[in-house]
Write a protein that binds this ligand. Structure first.
Ligand code: GLA
Ligand code: ZN
Length: 664
């Protein structure tokens, strides 16, 4: 039986005498793996060069006796005080030029040379020590790289590295001056050494410089991870390497980071205390798993799956009975092969005292423990069967870190957020029970019947060509507002009307536009008027036909959404951000015109998703609501797990299977 369930465990937070009780309780619950030690540098190296791994070896061995394997974390997100005392320059500098000090975590610069030396010494000893340990199956590098690093680090070392990165990219300072448009506001440089990280300015910033900075930061983090991955690969060829991602978080390009890893892991807190609603909308959670699966086009692990109330200074809502299990199986439905709950036991100390685990502070098994146990007993056997199986969507949404960066730098409209915008398209499909893949623009798109490429703001000739060929060969493509505005260096393009060469593909030109600042707009689609938001491209038809027209402002009756046959396919252009209702109706039209199958019908809050092996399709139906629900499937499946066909109790998870028809 493979490994499907586990927990994050911190034996160093508890007396040694408790460990065995924990191991027993874990075993009874069905835990097969723990992640440990990702914040325990001080405990493992209390003085420079003095390694004390015995306590960890003891914990690994004890757990192994109970059949529980270990993933070890490298503790590089928390350098200890003695190291900071010796090399205070490890502490990062924020964009105000202020140091961020010891006392929390992530107090480390990623480029600092002295820090790299400490890491090399420690990770080498750590990897050598556990390479042959029978209890250890793999490694997690650092922890949530990019978390708490929003504007870090801008120290002297990072400045030098940024200059070098730019020199490699541009070769000459003239090329950089052109790419950054430094003719504006007297920003020209003579030498790379004059360039600094984007520290706080008196007024305004250069969008091209900021884009390079964000890409540089991402490359630096990947390089930081590689520094460790190389060591672990050398000494531990039989153990895997992974890292815990944070869904759509954009600080580091997760596609790039993924090239270092055997598989990607993810952390998810649907009811995190920072969420604006009691819990994150189900569609957003689902989308974040689909993008995580897309980073390596492979099933992934959930390294941290929310178990209980989430809290730091204050707390969020308690997961309702059954809700934690529904969230966990949602991860599985979207491609997770293993789920580790965060954390085993609620911590008594430190920042995360209120971050609740499977056990409460008391350490007594309660409701959460029982729910996790039931979940594991019910679903672990099936997970053995469909391990490695992938969803097989007919629809793709294009995702890009660079586009995300460009909109972080200039949202265009104050409320426009790249990921939120993608999620609006996703949600409409999700609610129609249509599975989605996230892909990169240059990926092979031929297997998708419908590709939605929102906000193709930064554009280049290769990507234009790629989209045109996809449609020419029969693809259905949706392009949207703010497409083709900028080149790869974040300068506005000037040689054609918007949306550039893609105007030929869409049969349109956009000579004018309007930013809906502080108001919503209207559109006429079919015979109905709908609300639109944020943006209006005022379109001129150049061969396309009109699908919807504006019903407000001076461009009333101008085309807003268009359709164009191109080669064997169709290109749609959506010149605005559709409000919820329009989005639903529009996506119904696009899906129908692209011949997309939906899995079934049910109310919002009832999720459907499939994973496919060579000969089988597993269908998950999950009730994310606290009400009973009914649903209808569009194909014949056998119910494997669940009380009653086409009926769901609150938070119930049902699993179905069908055998694929053999082709030919
Ligand atoms: C993150 C981290 C964990 C822990 C949890 C809860 O996802 O990876 O170390 O801090 O959040 O706050
Ligand atoms: Zn730095």
């Amino acid at each position: 039986m493979s490994i499907h369930f586990g927990v994050a465990y911190y034996p160093e937070h508890w007396p040694r005498e408790r460990w065995e009780t924990d191991a027993k309780l874990m075993q009874e619950m069905g835990v097969q793996v723990v992640r440990m030690a990702e914040f325990s540098w001080f405990k493992m190296e209390p003085q420079e060069g003095l390694f004390q791994f015995e306590w960890l070896e003891e914990a690994v061995a004890l757990l192994n006796q109970y059949g529980i394997k270990t993933i070890l974390g490298t503790p590089t997100a928390a350098p200890p005080a003695w190291m900071i005392e010796k090399n205070p320059e490890i502490q990062p500098i924020d964009h105000h030029g202020r140091r961020r000090y010891f006392g929390g975590r992530h107090h480390n610069c990623h480029s600092n040379k002295a820090y790299r030396v400490h890491i090399k010494r420690f990770v080498t000893a750590y990897a050598q020590r556990f390479a042959e340990n029978p209890g250890v199956i793999g490694w997690q590098i650092d922890n949530e790289l990019g978390n708490s690093h929003e504007d870090l680090c801008m120290c002297g070392s990072c400045r030098l590295q940024f200059q070098r990165w730019l020199a490699v990219k541009y070769r000459t300072i003239e090329a950089l001056n052109d790419a950054w448009g430094t003719a504006f506001w007297s920003q020209g440089y003579h030498r790379f050494s004059q360039i600094i990280p984007p520290l706080i300015t008196a007024a305004g910033e250069n969008p091209s410089a900021l884009l390079d900075w964000k890409c540089y930061c991402s490359d630096l983090i990947v390089n930081f991870a590689k520094w460790q991955a190389d060591i672990i690969r050398e000494y531990c060829p039989n153990q895997f390497i992974t890292h815990n991602y944070m869904g759509f978080n954009q600080k580091v390009n997760y596609y790039d980071l993924g090239t270092l890893l055997d598989f990607v892991s993810n952390d998810s807190y649907p009811a995190g205390y920072w969420q604006k609603t009691p819990h994150q909308p189900d569609s957003e959670i689902a989308a974040s798993y689909d993008v995580v699966r897309g980073y390596k086009k492979k099933p992934f692990w959930m390294m941290e799956q929310q178990a209980g109330i989430a809290g730091w200074e204050y707390m969020a809502r308690a997961p309702k009975p059954g809700q934690m299990a529904a969230w966990a199986m949602q991860s599985v439905a979207h491609g997770a092969d293993s789920i580790l709950f965060f954390r085993w036991r609620t911590c008594a100390m430190g920042t995360e005292q209120f971050w609740h685990g499977i056990l409460g502070h008391s350490g007594n098994p309660g409701r959460t423990y029982q729910e996790a146990k039931t979940l594991i007993q019910t679903f672990a056997p099936y997970m053995d069967e469909f391990e490695g199986a992938m969803p097989n969507p007919q629809v793709a949404i294009v995702h890009s870190f660079r586009q995300n960066y460009a909109f972080d730098i200039q949202p265009n409209h104050p409320e426009l957020r790249y990921v939120e915008h993608l999620n609006k398209y996703y949600k409409a499909l999700y609610e129609k029970k249509i599975p989605v893949d996230f892909v990169q623009g240059m990926d092979d798109l031929t297997n998708y019947k419908l590709v939605i490429a929102p906000l193709q703001y930064l554009m280049n000739p290769r990507l234009e060509q790629h989209y045109m060929e996809y449609v020419k060969n029969g693809g259905h493509l949706v392009l949207t507002m703010r497409t083709g505005v900028k080149d790869e260096t974040n300068l506005c393009m000037t040689d054609m009307e918007l949306p550039g060469r893609l105007g030929e593909l869409c049969g349109i030109e956009i000579p004018e536009y309007d930013c809906l600042l502080g108001k919503k707009g209207g559109i006429l689609y079919g015979k109905k008027e709908y609300v639109i938001e944020k943006w209006c491209d005022i379109i001129t038809l150049q061969g396309a036909s009109l699908i919807a027209e504006y019903s407000t402002s001076f461009y009333k009756q101008s085309p807003a959404i268009t359709e164009h046959m191109y080669g064997e396919g169709v290109a749609w252009y959506v010149g605005t951000e559709p409000g919820k209702e329009l989005m639903e109706d529009l996506m119904a039209y696009f899906a129908k015109a692209s011949d997309i199958e939906t899995l079934g019908a049910a109310a919002d809050g009832v999720e459907m998703m499939t994973r496919e092996s060579d000969d089988k399709v597993w269908l998950f139906v999950i009730n994310h609501t606290r009400d009973e629900q009914v649903y209808h499937l569009h194909d014949r499946y056998t119910l494997l797990e669940g009380e009653k066909e086409e009926f769901l109790n609150p938070y119930e998870i049902q699993l179905h299977v069908k055998t694929k028809h053999k082709k030919g």
